[in-house]
Design a protein around this ligand. Structure first.
Ligand SMILES: [Zn+2]
Length: 292
């Protein structure tokens, strides 16, 4: 966990505490080592100990979410041929983003969901989500990428980030291949939002992650997937749907993602994801309330 000073801040929004709750529900964060849980705590992946104090609705009424822009201005713009898509990154990032988008759209189309993409995608050397903690201190989380459904915005760590040594999802050294895979994950969130609409905000965040990870691994290059499975030989599919919960996601997002994919694979692959998205399952994926 690191803290960051205001000179790394690119933009700043202040939100009421009511909005905080809404924003919490509308953010899907792919976090390296830490994540934000349902109460906006952050949990280190390798420890049970909370790394920051809980955000209290009573004691905090302002939230600042700040994203840094330490990288130089993006070099290229692109839209992949879609009127409502904007991508800012290097020429290679724009090209690979369009390929990633095509792959995700094809995957959703294959299970019956036609998506008209609408989002902005910005690549940065580092991506942060920052906030005020209970003590009013600025609290920053570095993430690999995120999708903000409220603003139809994806921010992604640059494929050529200068902090590559600190980026090792599933033990894989950061580079275009694993970065492209994380981008599939964020685009899967975008597509899931397009499918579910307002239902996205009523879905348990851990199920949104389950879907995004499953899509990510389904479309992953087989050699990369084999490498990740080899790096994590003890990972097993979730034993049951109740294991898909914020606690297990918070404890170890990497492991949660791999177990999600393995469960999806065991339950029929993309057809299982289709049934989850269509609500054709005998369990609830909604936030908080569980039927069984
Ligand atoms: Zn995610």
């Amino acid at each position: 966990m690191q803290s960051f000073t205001s000179n790394s801040l690119d933009c700043l929004w202040t939100l009421s505490i009511d909005t905080l709750v809404a924003v919490r529900r509308r953010y899907s964060l792919w976090v390296s080592g830490v994540r934000i849980d349902d109460t906006m705590n952050c949990l280190p992946a390798d420890s049970k100990k909370k790394c920051r104090s809980k955000v209290s609705r009573k004691s905090v009424f302002l939230l600042c979410i700040v994203f840094s822009a330490s990288a130089p201005a993006a070099a290229e713009n692109g839209n992949c041929g879609f009127q409502l898509v904007t991508i800012k990154g290097t020429a290679v990032e724009v090209e690979q983003s369009c390929a990633a988008l095509a792959k995700v759209l094809q995957t959703f189309a294959a299970i019956g969901f036609r998506i008209d993409p609408e989002f902005r995608l910005i690549f940065k050397d580092q991506v942060f989500v920052e906030r005020l903690d209970q003590a009013g201190q600025l609290d920053a989380l570095r993430v690999l990428g995120f999708f903000d459904s409220r603003r139809s915005l994806i921010e992604m760590t640059s494929f050529q980030s200068s902090h590559q040594e600190e980026r090792r999802p599933w033990g894989v050294i950061w580079g275009p291949e694993i970065a492209g895979s994380i981008l599939h994950h964020e685009l899967a969130h975008m597509a899931t939002f397009a499918v579910l609409g307002d239902g996205y905000w009523r879905t348990d965040p851990s199920w949104l992650e389950f879907i995004a990870y499953s899509i990510e691994f389904e479309v992953m290059d087989p050699s990369l997937r084999a490498q990740i499975l080899a790096n994590n030989p003890s990972a097993e599919a979730f034993e049951g749907v109740l294991k898909v919960n914020p606690m297990l996601h918070g404890a170890d997002p990497d492991r949660f993602g791999l177990r999600s994919y393995l469960m999806t694979r065991d339950k029929g692959g993309l057809e299982f994801i289709r049934r989850v998205l269509a609500g054709e399952v005998d369990f609830s994926t909604s936030d908080i309330v569980w039927r069984r």
